[in-house]
Design a protein around this ligand. Structure first.
Ligand SMILES: Cc1cc2ncn([C@H]3O[C@H](COP(=O)(O)O)[C@@H](O)[C@H]3O)c2cc1C
Ligand SMILES: O=C(O)c1cccnc1
Length: 345
């Protein structure tokens, strides 16, 4: 389904590393901002790198059958209501994107209600199977969802997007995300269960039992990414996996968000090995399985802000750092340009 993913450009990386040392600062003094700038240059295949002109957030919305088991602090109808909020510009993702200079697109992959025709082009179904005892999707549905994610990445890159973020909206979605992380890292249910939207202890117990039951089914197919998505993800998370894989095929850098986008990323790395080299982790959310997923991908989060929202919010909070890192490498004067003495020898 996905062609070979080539890694970011080594020669641009070498040029970027060398240029960092020529800029008017003590060598290494901008710390991780320097590494980030080098990563951007290697993704773009050019040094100095180009400042981002069209960072894009795609919010993948979908409901989850498992929500009926009482695993969230909020009711299912919030998913559709939040899609309307995104379209009206009133959600956290809208404000953060505007502040960061990014734009937002919403895609209804599997919301339980009909929200807006305008964002339902790729809609696969309403909600998903209750993963504690049945598959989330059928074979055809999972293929359509991954294909939709792939098409959306193509549309965005063809439309000029030079940095991509996948956000999530779906009541109950931290349950399938936790199951995916457990299935792909070998962790136990209690190590991956989190408080999601802010659940109480009773709900936590129901959620842990749901994760345990779903994990029993997921483990049987954990070596086959499409079967794992069919068993465990909804159409929203499956589309996100296709989107993240295709972003790397299209050599476009991605900032990962929280536990839901990172769970999708774990599967994307299975679908398209090497894709992870095109991603940075925007933040580490408070969900315990997010840390496990990031470790498995070998990604260190840029921020730790105790955020637990999704929607792309953590990735957007990190975007200004990525933009700064890029412009530092592109626009700072070198010692030679500014006629400043280099290190004493
Ligand atoms: C108003 C509201 C806005 C949100 N935006 C993102 N989420 C996030 O919280 C939900 C996941 O947590 P859980 O698994 O506990 O349901 C998802 O909708 C996710 O996108 C929201 C949740 C709510 C209530
Ligand atoms: O980690 C996240 O992105 C997250 C956490 C809680 C609820 N929704 C998303």
């Amino acid at each position: 389904m996905f062609p070979y993913v080539s890694p970011p450009d080594e020669s641009a990386k070498r040029d970027a590393l060398a240029r960092q040392d020529r800029l008017t600062k003590p060598a290494g003094a901008l710390g991780k901002l320097e590494q980030l700038g080098v990563w951007v240059a290697s993704c773009q295949g050019v040094c100095p790198p180009k400042p981002f002109t069209r960072p894009r957030v795609i919010v993948f919305a979908g409901d989850h059958g498992i929500a009926a088991k009482g695993v969230s602090a909020y009711p299912t109808e919030v998913t559709g209501q939040m899609v309307a909020n995104f379209l009206n510009g009133g959600a956290a993702v809208n404000v953060l994107a505007t502040t960061a200079g990014a734009t937002v697109r919403v895609v209804d992959m599997s919301v339980a209600s009909d929200v807006a025709e305008s964002v339902a082009e790729f809609k696969v179904r309403k909600s998903s199977g209750s993963i504690d005892h049945e598959d989330a999707l059928t074979e055809d549905e999972v293929k359509a969802a991954v294909e939709a994610g792939k098409t959306i990445a193509d549309q965005e890159v063809d439309g000029g997007a030079d940095l991509l973020i996948a956000g999530d909206m779906g009541i109950g979605n931290t349950t399938p995300a936790a199951v995916l992380v457990a299935a792909l890292t070998g962790a136990e249910p209690v190590a991956v269960v989190g408080r999601g939207t802010g659940i109480d202890d009773q709900t936590w117990m129901r959620k842990t039992a749901a994760i345990r039951d779903a994990l029993r089914r997921a483990r049987q197919v954990s070596a086959e990414p499409m079967a794992l998505l069919k068993t465990t993800a909804g159409a929203d998370i499956a589309a996100m996996a296709g989107f993240l894989a295709q972003a790397s095929v299209r050599k476009t850098p991605v900032i990962l968000d929280g536990v839901v986008s990172t769970a999708a990323a774990l599967v994307a790395e299975e679908l398209a090995p090497g894709a992870r080299l095109w991603w940075v982790a925007g933040h580490q959310s408070t969900e315990p399985s997010h840390k496990l997923a990031l470790e498995q991908l070998g990604l260190e989060p840029l921020l730790e802000m105790d955020m637990r929202l999704g929607e792309g919010s953590g990735a957007l909070a990190a975007f200004p750092l990525v933009a700064m890192a890029t412009r530092i490498l592109a626009e700072m004067a070198t010692f030679q340009d500014a006629n400043i003495s280099g290190p004493a020898d």
